[in-house]
Design a protein around this ligand. Structure first.
Ligand SMILES: Nc1nc2c(c(=O)[nH]1)N[C@H]1C(S)=C(S)[C@@H](COP(=O)(O)OP(=O)(O)OC[C@H]3O[C@@H](n4cnc5c(=O)[nH]c(N)nc54)[C@H](O)[C@@H]3O)O[C@H]1N2
Ligand SMILES: Nc1nc2c(c(=O)[nH]1)N[C@H]1C(S)=C(S)[C@@H](COP(=O)(O)OP(=O)(O)OC[C@H]3O[C@@H](n4cnc5c(=O)[nH]c(N)nc54)[C@H](O)[C@@H]3O)O[C@H]1N2
Ligand code: SF4
Ligand SMILES: [Mo]
Length: 692
């Protein structure tokens, strides 16, 4: 039954807060509370509350734009689509299919991510597709697959958090990045559990902690190894668990024993007594959790760093047991589902591997194509962007704004500028869309139906609540029209439910099996946790808690991985003596393409800044508000000083939400993790000086 307000979910982060949208007499919608959704129980952050502002025609695109005589001018849909199909076809004829690139986003619904991956492989025939999730949780995903045989951000629902004994939050500022989730951690403390926060800055999240450790950026790997060393030395290893549920302990143990607490103190700046206290708080209760976010993950050693934290959980028997485990706090609205269904360079739907012959055969059959026609794995996101204008001549971009969000952004902006052809689908004229040859205006969350999978692995239905303005079409329609123009008439449905039905079949039997999930179920339940294989007799239960009996490895045991400390790709030296780390503020989202168009959010967070310690400021002769130049080997950014004792004196911090002279990513280092291909957003060497 359609009621006056439509229950749905927020367009922004991976918490996917429940909300309802109620039509306004003046047109448009307002957000109303939806207390029935258990994750946020009605609570929303400012971004969610103000999300309808971006639906307004005053800030969004409502007509296709085509470049003509150097500028973007309005065009009809026919002209714009013909132009894109024509250019893609021409580039393919001249340079081959791999000269076509596709770049997706973790904010796209499952239906869109799935269809985009299929479009790249079936219509374009290119291997060159990847997406911004590579910049997000890819290191945690790689480490999870390596250790557990499966990557689902949280292997348990957030409602387990208040009932465990201790949580170590590594490099997550969830008080700002997922505010309604803070409740679970406050309840943990109310119940007598402890919260340990590891962050070089005393963030709003760290202020809630029983213990805050402030390591030097990029040293979480050493920190975890030092803790494991102490766990062994203090006889706190759960030998029986290690014997029965894991393999590889001896090698991992040996690696940890080389990391003496005093050595770890020198690397990290965290004192030995603090290390001992951490071990005590983590090991004494019956159950405990480690949760990581972008702090330790966005490193050129992110995969090994997460591996070290997983080792800690395994050695102490804190994985695959009730109220215990390792989890990654995934970031984007569909950061989880977006990484499962084939927009990643090496992947097919259902979290299948593109180089696995059985996976290729299964998916090719669903798609009605010859398995041999499917291209192989392509390049990772940064490598793909770095190849624009050279190997890759044309790009179709959907759901990302890399001019602001990619590392080494000035270089990437140039690479984008050197393309023969760029097409962007977006809801607003982002900084990247402004460089395009064709921009297609697309519908948004409240104007279309689709599914997302939250950081808990909970598949949710986002319902359409209002009609889109004239002039915009959905991403699925765009792919349908382009496919038709490129000679593929079938297999690219415009209806989201039809795409989902195909996704169910494509994912069946895969790691991320959605075959037991239907729109009808999602409309009735508050989400279904994958894996959810279809059952003959009634609805499949879904899997809120993973690994309780066995891990997803062939023998059911978790894998220890022996890892060792290594320095950042770029360490401070005489020319660049300070470490820069980057991240987020509560009122802006990502590249800011959406939230910088909301007056209330701009008032709260009007622009970039450089956070620095009073000691560093004094050395530079800087006072609050001074224009500071931050210079790295890649470029120079300028932003006002924000002086605070809440940051290490050897480190500065910049949020990355803004373009222009304050763009943090002008500075960041694209050094990649060898396994996940994650860039080192969270540490590079810089020089800081007063700008004039
Ligand atoms: N307001 C807001 N919320 C968001 C987003 C947003 O853009 N704005 N984006 C969403 C997305 S996609 C994501 S991925 C999540 C990200 O969520 P978080 O990971 O919580 O966000 P960040 O601010 O990138 O990084 C978290 C913390 O890592 C710390 N840090 C930096 N370097 C290191 C280090 O070397 N080690 C450790 N331990 N910590 C370090 C930073 O000081 C920062 O406080 O947020 C989601 N929610
Ligand atoms: N220095 C630094 N850089 C970072 C990070 C960091 O911590 N530090 N974090 C990284 C992380 S974790 C992430 S996730 C990335 C995110 O950075 P981006 O990939 O740039 O993410 P967004 O800004 O969310 O861009 C999404 C774009 O898609 C549009 N959009 C929204 N919904 C839709 C839709 O349904 N369809 C289409 N076609 N478009 C849509 C939005 O308007 C916006 O322009 O940034 C990364 N960059
Ligand atoms: S926490 Fe995330 S999902 Fe919830 S309202 Fe804020 S942005 Fe939306
Ligand atoms: Mo992210």
């Amino acid at each position: 039954m359609q009621t006056a307000s439509t229950p749905t979910h927020c367009p922004y982060c991976a918490l996917q807060c429940g909300m309802a949208l109620s039509p306004l007499p003046t047109g448009g919608v307002e957000v109303v509370e939806r207390p029935d959704f258990p994750v946020n129980r009605g609570a929303l952050c400012g971004k969610g509350r103000t999300a309808p502002a971006v639906l307004s025609s005053t800030v969004r695109l409502t007509s296709p734009l085509v470049r003509s005589g150097g500028s973007l001018v309005p065009a009809t849909w026919e002209e714009a689509l013909d132009r894109i199909a024509g250019e893609l076809g021409r580039v393919r004829d001249r340079h081959g299919a791999d000269a076509l690139g596709v770049f997706g986003g973790g904010g796209l619904t499952n239906e869109k991510a799935y269809t985009l991956g299929k479009f790249a492989r079936v219509v374009l025939g290119t291997s060159q597709i990847d997406y911004n999730g590579r910049f997000c949780m890819s290191s945690a995903a790689a480490a999870g697959v390596r250790a557990f045989g499966l990557d689902r951000g949280l292997p348990f629902p957030l409602e387990d958090v208040p009932r465990t004994g201790c949580v170590i939050l590594v490099g997550s500022n969830l008080a700002e990045t997922m505010p309604p989730s803070l409740r679970f951690f406050s309840e943990l403390r109310d119940n007598g559990g402890t919260l340990i926060v590891i962050d070089p800055r005393r963030t709003k999240t760290a202020e809630q902690a029983d213990l805050h450790l402030a390591p030097r950026p990029g040293t979480d790997l050493a920190l975890a190894l030092g803790l494991l060393h102490l766990i062994v030395a203090e006889g706190r290893v759960d030998e029986e668990y290690v014997r029965e549920r894991t393999v590889g302990w001896e090698e991992a143990r040996a690696a940890a024993m080389a990391h003496w607490p005093e050595y770890v103190e020198r690397i990290t700046g965290v004192s030995v007594p603090q290390l001992r206290e951490t071990v005590r708080l983590f090991c004494e209760p019956e159950a405990a959790m480690v949760l990581t976010a972008r702090g330790p993950e966005q490193q050129s050693k992110g995969t090994d760093t997460v591996g070290a934290w997983i080792n800690l959980c395994l050695a102490t028997g804190r994985a695959g047991r009730p109220l215990s485990g390792y989890g990654c706090l995934t970031g984007q609205g569909n950061g989880q589902g977006g990484r499962e269904h084939g927009q990643k360079a090496d992947q097919l739907p259902g979290y299948r591997k593109l180089d696995d012959p059985a996976a290729r055969a299964h998916v090719a059959e669903v798609w009605g194509v010859d398995p041999d026609s499917l291209p192989g794995p392509g390049r990772s996101a940064y490598e793909l962007l770095d190849a624009l204008g050279t190997d890759i001549r044309a790009l179709l971009l959907m759901g990302s704004n890399p001019v602001v969000s990619a590392p080494n952004a000035a270089h990437i902006e140039k690479r984008i500028g050197s393309l023969d052809f760029l097409a962007v689908c977006d809801v607003v004229l982002s900084e990247t869309a402004a460089l395009a040859d064709v921009v297609l205006p697309v519908t948004q969350w409240a104007e279309e139906t689709g599914t997302t999978t939250s950081l808990e692995g909970r598949v949710l239905l986002r319902r359409q609540a209002i009609t889109a303005p004239d002039g915009v079409r959905s991403d699925l329609e765009v792919l349908h029209e382009l496919a038709a123009r490129l000679g593929v008439e079938k297999g690219f449905p415009v209806e989201p439910e039809e795409a989902f039905e195909e996704l169910r079949r494509a994912s069946a039997g895969g790691v991320a099996d959605y075959s037991g999930i239907t729109y009808r179920r999602l409309a009735e339940e508050n989400g279904v946790f994958w894996p959810c294989p279809a059952q003959d007799d009634g609805p499949a239960p879904g899997t809120p808690r993973l690994f309780l009996d066995r891990f997803a490895t062939p023998d059911g045991r978790a894998r220890f991985v022996p890892v060792s400390h290594r320095p950042n790709a770029e360490e401070p030296d005489d020319d660049y003596p300070v470490l820069l780390t980057t991240g987020r503020v509560v009122a802006q989202y990502q590249s800011g393409a959406q939230t910088r168009r909301v007056a209330e959010l701009n008032a709260a967070a009007p622009g970039p800044f450089v956070e620095l310690h009073p000691r560093l400021a004094a050395r530079l002769g800087a006072v609050e508000g001074d224009r500071m130049a931050v210079v790295s080997r890649r470029g120079r950014a300028v932003a006002p000083a924000r002086i605070t004792t809440g940051i290490r004196p050897d480190t500065v911090f910049m949020p990355f939400h803004w373009p222009g002279e304050g763009r943090a990513n002008t500075l960041t280092n694209p050094a990649l993790d060898p396994t996940s291909r994650m860039p080192e957003f969270k540490s590079c060497a810089v020089r800081v000086e007063r700008a004039e």
